[in-house]
Design a protein around this ligand. Structure first.
Ligand code: SAH
Length: 276
């Protein structure tokens, strides 16, 4: 690939020629060699987002240290959570590479830097005792990090529309943190995350791990006052948006950065082109 990627992505890349490529080792190694830019970098002044994709290591601690040294992780609570959850238990191949990895059924485990950015963004809403929703919970990795942060009094619901991925997440967590499932600190559900999960609403924060074409209003409706929604939105160009509901229920929207995530879509569409 000769062109320089200009959107960083969860699992796919747009190049300057407009070609959409799947993220794989070839593309990732190209990223490591080439500069790229984040849209909206100036909107995240405190973090060294330009070092995203470059934090690969040969251990979980090394990966988290790199994310910290490059100021993608700034919070001790995020560092502690990510150090306590070994990615290897959620993806068997290249777990410490700072790139997304396929987990089957057309899904990926997001890149470590995107997990770090999401946890940093939601940090103040993932306080002990908080209730949170993880839409598109996939491997279960981020759900567990979130559960670490909300503590034993908190709760995180992972909603995922591919039943096999829900089984995979449950099995991963059963091996890594069985007590989280036994105590209901984490609950995994099969469902269309575009509807959120009204039964347990309202939530202190909602994380969405796949890109919505437009922001589902129901997710904003399911936020507490105050509460935060972290969501990639868009079908061509995608941006992470942060929606904040204040104590009076007023909602503000902030664009954080350009990304490319897998779509928040119908299960049959996702499975249509999926490699198992
Ligand atoms: N956050 C997870 C997965 C990210 S990939 C991780 O890092 O492991 C995005 C996930 O969203 C996939 O698992 C995909 O199956 C799921 N997804 C896509 N559309 C969805 C929908 N409508 N409802 C629920 N989950 C959805």
């Amino acid at each position: 690939m000769s062109s320089i990627p200009f959107y960083i992505s969860n699992s796919l890349l747009f190049t300057k020629t407009g070609i959409l490529k799947e993220s794989n080792n070839l593309v990732v190694s190209n990223i490591l060699k080439n500069p790229f830019k984040f849209i909206g970098l100036n909107k995240l002044p405190k973090r060294n987002i330009g070092m995203a994709w470059r934090c690969s290591a040969d251990s979980n601690d090394g990966l988290v240290d790199n994310l910290k040294n490059n100021k993608i992780i700034c919070s001790e609570r995020v560092e502690k959570a990510m150090k306590s959850v070994d990615r290897k238990k959620y993806v068997s191949h290249s777990p410490y590479m700072d790139s997304p990895q396929q987990i089957g059924y057309g899904a990926t485990i997001s890149a470590p830097h995107m997990h770090a950015i999401a946890l940093e963004n939601m940090e103040s809403f993932l306080r002990p005792g908080a209730k949170s929703l993880d839409v598109g919970s996939g491997s279960g990795y981020l759900t567990v990090c979130m559960a670490e942060m909300v503590g034993s009094e908190g709760k995180v619901i992972g909603i995922e529309h591919i039943p096999q991925l829900v089984d995979m997440a449950k099995s991963n967590v059963q091996k890594d943190r069985p007590e989280f499932l036994e105590s209901n600190r984490i609950e995994f559900l099969v469902g269309d995350g575009r509807n959120g999960y009204p039964e347990e609403a309202p939530y202190d924060c909602i994380h969405v791990g796949a890109a919505a074409e437009t922001t589902p209003q129901v997710l904003i409706d399911q936020l507490k006052s105050p509460g935060r929604l972290f969501i990639p939105v868009g079908s061509g160009s995608q941006y992470i948006y942060q929606f904040d509901k204040d104590v009076n229920g007023n909602v503000t929207k902030k664009s954080l950065m350009g990304v490319m995530y897998v779509p928040l879509t119908d299960a049959h569409k996702q499975l249509g082109g999926a490699r198992r």
